[in-house]
Every structure is written in structure tokens, then in C-alpha cells.
Write a protein that binds this ligand. Structure first.
Ligand code: C2E
Ligand code: MG
Ligand code: MG
Length: 735
């Protein structure tokens, strides 16, 4: 390996070849190659240069000879006027103090460029001991100044961001003390200034976080992952108010990896949280009653099932459907309907215990989730109370309404083990309760599925029944007691449903009402009854009044009066031969509106009868106000008229009342001679019932009318309570 070895001192060759050390030359080399300018100048007004090094050209753009003795320019001229005075003052001060100076300022180069320079120098005395020159060095520091400026600008910008940010910015120790906080953070936490915040909050986990565990979680994430994103917590403001914040933060670590401090930002998300909570509430609650809606109810059922599985209890899902709600809603308007639903919601809530739920499925359907049930008896007792509570009369705007509901019950575990199954079963049970006679409850049984699908099937076929011409009208004669003659007939609808035979109205009228089909069906029967009655008259039979039942839904419909008028015109029937029957309970609702509609119908010239009289919640005053012609005593009072003194008393009272108001009284459901005798004795005006005839097809009704024209029938004979002679009309038609 070749290695250079220093020459030995006694090696003559070495001393011969080495050049003698020329200090002046060495200094000149250094001076000329220095980046910067060495100078000597006079201490005069223009700092006249006597010597400048070669570096002058690079620094100022002037050649040394141009600057020396101010040949072309003086150094003072080159100094930026703005800086001149400051530079002069600094240099003179240093000279006076006999010190070296050090000053930064700007010069304008020959090419016009402005550069920052650093000048370092020291005063030099002449032979008389007077300060006469300065010797020094000037170097270009523009790049350093630009870097400094950029640094300052960055610091200023970050400071401003920190001060004016809308987000809170913090640095904290892992133990929970503030090192730094900005004004926004102070504002978020309710402090007057960052200093106040830092002084006040010295134990972040306990003083700030509503749940100190949340801070522990924050610290854990910081230690493990070095950062948190959108970390949401509830914190106390200094006034004690609780707010929601979201933090984004990172851990700043020491070289050894240990955490030095946490830094990050805080935003107040209270408003968003509240908004979210409102949206969440809206999405899961019914807007009218504020009760849980379908989706929340499913969750509640799910939770109840989970708990029941652990505890071995039963869960009951109770489906509650108001009876005749559509009637109230349609006839009285939605505002009354809404008030009724609110009332029902309150009543249902009153029936359950704290851990049960009441929700609204939609429309007039409510669902109760009964938890911690031990046996069916317990469920029955709650459901019975519920029926009782709902059936209390409801007073709204001084009007009293009777209410009832139908209830279906399903139970976990026997009827299903998920919310959908339990709701389906409770719904099916509710339909069964409705079909059984409203105002009752029914527990789910597997056979009910069959019933539900039958109902759906029925509803489907009903939609096509009209266009397929499946409806029929049967007529039931009405007999005048004094003359013993058929003076009227009630038109009663039947549905000739393929595969089912003749379906009675009780099985489909309520479905037609719920689906709205009743409007077209009602119009059809009006037209058909008028046409038939007119045809009988034109066939020369003694004129009778045909009665048509009107559904409350039709009554609510704006087109009713014109559709009655049309039916009469089309059939060319005198209005006095048409009677419209309205049920009593319906007449009671919305008395004013009904009165107006009744008056319009009356003006057409038709008669109006109150059907099923005695079954509704009677306010007798309406009888006086409404243009009613007839009262039809409900058949339920007539049935036991001869054995039940109460029924007898009610019927007597209705007859007296009707007569006192100048109305005709009709008894429905006259089945036996005993019924007949009683009604005759008590001056009932007209009678209708199986004793005389069942409702029969038009042709049979026509035969009855003919028989009467031909001089008597059993119906006539039947009126004589003592006559034992059978009817000779050739048969008593029946269905
Ligand atoms: P409603 O208007 O009270 O009709 C009288 C009901 O009593 C008829 O039942 C009739 O068949 C039955 N009836 C008559 N005499 C006797 C008797 O002596 N004993 C017994 N137990 N019952 C008797 P129907 O035809 O089944 O009609 C039931 C209800 O359906 C009617 O009660 C009426 O409210 C409704 N309805 C029938 N047809 C129509 C219609 O075209 N439109 C509307 N909206 N409802 C109708
Ligand atoms: Mg009727
Ligand atoms: Mg009736």
C-alpha cells in the first residue's frame, strides 16, 4: 500500500523543492477568492472606498476600480436610501464605542437588483490617533434573509391559524394537563381566554369528560395507535352545560418513543348530535302521537324476546284496531280523527307498565308489547282492562262519541320467535276479533291464518264483483199495521260470489267500506232499487216505498245527493217512493254536516229513516232537528219483547217517543205472533220480519205484491193476531 510520508527535516531534496511561504500572496489569493468583499473606506459622508477586493464585482456588479474613490459610484449611493440612516447610525455608534460593528441592510446592485448584505467592520486610527478608516467585510446574505423571512411568515401564518381557527386546538400532557390552547378551544369550553382555560383545567379526565372512561379510551388509542380520528365524547363546559365534541389528535413522541404530549383539534358537534337525535327520533316515532313506529316496535319486540329467552317469561304482542275509525275520520274530518288517535294513544299508555311498549303501526292500528308475562291470565287481565278503558265515551268539542276496538294477541314463544311472525299472528287474531263482533279480543290460533287468507281473497273478489255483475238485490216487505198491506220493501244487497253462493252483506259491507268500494256498490243498488220499483209501478202494481240502506261512507261522499237524484231520474221514479236508511250511531257523529246533507236529500223529496234505532249512543235532540220520517226499532229489542220486561219497556218508549215527534215507527225482526201482538197493542205503525217474509229476490217480491193485489195473503192474515187461519197466498216465500 502506497502511503505518503512527510519529508524528513534533514532531507535536502525536500527543503529544495518547497516554495518559500509568501504571506502577502497567500492573503491576496484568499482575498480575491472570497465570496464577499473586503474593503477599506474612509469615514466620510460617502464612505469613500480606498480598497475593495475582487469580490466587489460579484457582490455589487461594479468592478473594483468603478467603486474605489467613487470613480463611478459611491458605496453610500449603493445603500438603499431606506436603510442608509440606520446603517450610518449603527456604524458611528460602534466606532464611538471603539467596537466592531455588525449591520444588515440592502444595497442596489449595478443591474438594479436589491440584495441583503451583512457588513462587519472595525475603525482604524491614523497616525494622529484619529479614527480615519474602516476595514471590513461585506457579504451577500439575501438567501439567508429570504429563508428567514419565509420562516417568519410561516410562524406568523401558523400563529394566526392557531389564534383564529374555529376549531379548538390543544396540546396536553398524557396525564391530562394543558400545555397550550387556542382561543377557539377556550370559547368551546366556555372560558374567557386560553390562559384561563389552562389555569382552570388541570385534571382533564375528571374535570372535562362526562365519562372519565372516555378519556382513558382516548389515551389508550393514542398510546397504541398514535392518533385518534373523529373521537366523539360528551364534556362539561365551565358553566356545567354538557356538550358533544369530536377530537382529531396525534401523539408527539420523544426520540425514545415515549409520548411527549398530545396535540389535536376539537369541534363542538352538539348541534349535529341534537339534529341527529331529532332525525333518529323522527325516523323511529310516529309524528302524530310520538309513539314508537313500526320500525322501533320491531326492535322492542326483538329485545323483549331476547330478555324473555333469558328469563323464561312470555311476551305478548297485542294488536289494537279501533272499530269504525274510518267512519269517524271520513265523516268528521281528519282533525277529529287525529284528536281521537291521540286520546287512544293516551289511554293505551295508561294500561301498560313501565317496561311495556305502546306503538302505532299506522292508521288506527296500535301495538302493545307486554313483557315479563307469566301466563295467559295475566295477558287477559291487561287486555280486558284495555277494552274497558277504550270503551269509555270520548268527549270532543262538547260532542260525546262511543269508542271500541278489536284486539288480537300473539305470544312468544308459542306463536313465533321473531317480531314479524308475532305481528302477523296478532294481526290475524285481530281480524278474527273484528269478525266475531267488534269490541272484543282474540288470541292467535294456527287456524286463523286460513281466515286471514280468506279475507284477503274475499277483498280481491269484491273488487271485481260489480263489473262481473255478481250483486243481487233482495227485498223484504214492510207491512202497515192499520191496513195490513205491504206499503214498502227494504232493498238488501247479496253477493252471488262464484264458489261461495249468496254472501250476506254482514260479510262484505265492512270490507267494501274499508276499501272505498262501497261508493260504487251503493250507487249501483240505489239505481237498481229505483229501477225495480219503477218497473213494478209500471207493471200496474200498487206503488210501494223502497228503502235503500246508505253507508256512512256514502253519506260523507260529496256526490251522494246528485247520485240519488240521478238514480230517480234514470228510473223515472217519483221521489216519494224512495226512502234512505241511515244507522243511528252514524247519525250521531258530525250532526251539523249530516243535517245539511239530510236537508238536501229531503229537498229531493225522498223519505229518511233512522235504522237500528236504540243501538247507538242516542242524543235524542237530533231527532227533533233532523228531517227524519221513520224510526226503525232494532231487531235486538224486538226479539225478546214478550219475555224481557226491559226490552218491552224500551220498545214501548221508542214508539211513544217517535209518535210524540210525529214520526212513523217501524219494528224490525218481527218473527212470531207474540211479537206481532205486542207491537200491534202498542201502536207500532209498520212491521218487517221473517214472520211476514224473509228478504226475497225481486221476482218473489213481485209475487207478494201481486198476491196482495189479488186479495190477500198469509201476511195479511198474520196481522190478525187471533186469526188461526193460515195464509192462502200460496206459500210464504223465503230465501
Ligand atoms: P238492516 O238494514 O238492519 O237490515 C235488516 C237486517 O235484518 C237484514 O239483514 C235482514 O235480512 C234481517 N232481518 C229481517 N227480518 C228479520 C227477522 O225477522 N229476524 C232476524 N233475525 N233478522 C231479520 P241482512 O240482509 O243480512 O243485512 C244486514 C245489514 O247489512 C243491514 O241491516 C244493513 O245494515 C246492511 N246492508 C244490507 N244491504 C245493504 C246495502 O245495500 N247497503 C248498505 N250500506 N248496507 C246494507
Ligand atoms: Mg236497514
Ligand atoms: Mg236495521
Amino acid at each position: 500500500m502506497n502511503r505518503w510520508t512527510p519529508p524528513l527535516p534533514d532531507d535536502p531534496a525536500a527543503t529544495d523543492t518547497a516554495a518559500p511561504l509568501d504571506i502577502t500572496r497567500l492573503l491576496t489569493t484568499i482575498t480575491d477568492n472570497l465570496v464577499g468583499m473586503i474593503y477599506r473606506c474612509r469615514i466620510d459622508a460617502t464612505w469613500t472606498m480606498e480598497y475593495v477586493s475582487e469580490g466587489c464585482y460579484k457582490l455589487t456588479g461594479y468592478r473594483p476600480d468603478e467603486l474605489v474613490f467613487n470613480n463611478r459610484v459611491s458605496y453610500d449611493q449603493m445603500t438603499l436610501p431606506k436603510d442608509r440612516e440606520r446603517v450610518n447610525r449603527a456604524i458611528h455608534a460602534a466606532l464611538e464605542a471603539n467596537e466592531a460593528f455588525d449591520v444588515e441592510y440592502r444595497i442596489r446592485r449595478a443591474d438594479g437588483q436589491v440584495r441583503w448584505v451583512l457588513e462587519r467592520g472595525v475603525g482604524l486610527h491614523n497616525a494622529h490617533g484619529q479614527l480615519a478608516w474602516i476595514e471590513g467585510f461585506i457579504q451577500d446574505i439575501s438567501e439567508r434573509m429570504a429563508a428567514n423571512e419565509a420562516l417568519h411568515e410561516a410562524v406568523r401564518r401558523y400563529r394566526s391559524l392557531f389564534e383564529h381557527a374555529t376549531e379548538g386546538i390543544f396540546q396536553t400532557t398524557p396525564e391530562g394537563r394543558y400545555l397550550n390552547a387556542n382561543p377557539a378551544l377556550a370559547r368551546i369550553y366556555g372560558h374567557a381566554s386560553p390562559d384561563e382555560l389552562i389555569a382552570h383545567l388541570h385534571d382533564i379526565p375528571r374535570q372535562l369528560y362526562v365519562q372519565p372512561e372516555r378519556r382513558a379510551e382516548f389515551v389508550r388509542l393514542m398510546q397504541e395507535q398514535g392518533a385518534v380520528r373523529n373521537f366523539e365524547s360528551q364534556v362539561y363546559r365551565c358553566d356545567g352545560r354538557v356538550i358533544w365534541i369530536s377530537e382529531n389528535a396525534r401523539a408527539v413522541k420523544n426520540a425514545d418513543g415515549s409520548v411527549q404530549f398530545f396535540e389535536g383539534t376539537v369541534v363542538d358537534i352538539t348541534e349535529r348530535k341534537q339534529h341527529d337525535a331529532v332525525l333518529e327520533h323522527q325516523a323511529r316515532h310516529d309524528s302524530l302521537t310520538g309513539l314508537p313506529n313500526r320500525s322501533l316496535l320491531r326492535d322492542r319486540i326483538e329485545q323483549a324476546i331476547g330478555k324473555a329467552r333469558r328469563d323464561g317469561h312470555l311476551v305478548a304482542v297485542v294488536f289494537v284496531d279501533l272499530d269504525h275509525f274510518k267512519l269517524i275520520n271520513d265523516s268528521l274530518g281528519h282533525h277529529v280523527g287525529d284528536r281521537l288517535l291521540l286520546e287512544v294513544a293516551d289511554r293505551l299508555i295508561a294500561c301498560v307498565r313501565g317496561h311495556d311498549s305502546v306503538g302505532r303501526q299506522g292508521g288506527d292500528e296500535f301495538v302493545l308489547v307486554l313483557t315479563e308475562m307469566h301466563d295467559d291470565n295475566e295477558i287477559v287481565s291487561i287486555v280486558s282492562r284495555l277494552l274497558e278503558v277504550i270503551s269509555q265515551p270520548w268527549v270532543d268539542n262538547g260532542q260525546e262519541y262511543g269508542l271500541s276496538c278489536s284486539v288480537g294477541v300473539s305470544c312468544f314463544p308459542q306463536d313465533g320467535d321473531d317480531p314479524d311472525a308475532l305481528l302477523r299472528c296478532a294481526d290475524a287474531a285481530m281480524y278474527k276479533a273484528k269478525a266475531t263482533g267488534r269490541g272484543t279480543y282474540h288470541f292467535y290460533t294456527p287456524e286463523l291464518n286460513q281466515a286471514v287468507s280468506e279475507r284477503l281473497e274475499l277483498e280481491n273478489s269484491l273488487r271485481h264483483a260489480l263489473e262481473r255483475g255478481e250483486f243481487r238485490v233482495h227485498y223484504q216487505p214492510r207491512i202497515e199495521v192499520v191496513s195490513g198491506r205491504i206499503i214498502g220493501a227494504e232493498a238488501l244487497i247479496r253477493w252471488d260470489c262464484p264458489g261461495k253462493g249468496l254472501v250476506q252483506p254482514d260479510s262484505f259491507i265492512s270490507i267494501a267500506e274499508e276499501t272505498g268500494l262501497i261508493i260504487q256498490i251503493g250507487q249501483w243498488i240505489l239505481q237498481e232499487a229505483c229501477r225495480q220499483n219503477s218497473a213494478w209501478q209500471r207493471a200496474g202494481l200498487a206503488p210501494i216505498v223502497v228503502s235503500v240502506n246508505l253507508s256512512p261512507i256514502q253519506f260523507r261522499h260529496a256526490g251522494l245527493v246528485s247520485s240519488v237524484a240521478d238514480a230517480l231520474v234514470q228510473a223515472r221514479l217519483d221521489p216519494s217512493y224512495l226512502e234512505l236508511e241511515l244507522t243511528e250511531s252514524f247519525v250521531m257523529h258530525d250532526a251539523e254536516r249530516i243535517n245539511v246533507a239530510m236537508q238536501s236529500l229531503k229537498r229531493l223529496g225522498v223519505d229518511i229513516a233512522v235504522d237500528d234505532f236504540g243501538t247507538g249512543y242516542s242524543s235524542l235532540s237530533y231527532l227533533k232537528r233532523f228531517p227524519v220520517d221513520r224510526l226503525k226499532i232494532d231487531k235486538s229489542f224486538v226479539r225478546d219483547i214478550d219475555s224481557d220486561p226491559d226490552d218491552a219497556a224500551i220498545v214501548r218508549a221508542i214508539i211513544t217517543l217517535g209518535h210524540a215527534l210525529g214520526l212513523k215507527v217501524v219494528a224490525e225482526g218481527v218473527e212470531t205472533p207474540a211479537h206481532l201482538e205486542f207491537l200491534q197493542q202498542h201502536d207500532c205503525d209498520e212491521l218487517q220480519g221473517y214472520y211476514f217474509s224473509r228478504p226475497v229476490p225481486a221476482a218473489d217480491m213481485e209475487a207478494l205484491l201481486h198476491g196482495q193485489a189479488d186479495g190477500g195473503c198469509r201476511c195479511r192474515a198474520g196481522l190478525d193476531a187471533h186469526a188461526a187461519a193460515p195464509c192462502n197466498c200460496g206459500g210464504h216465500p223465503g230465501e
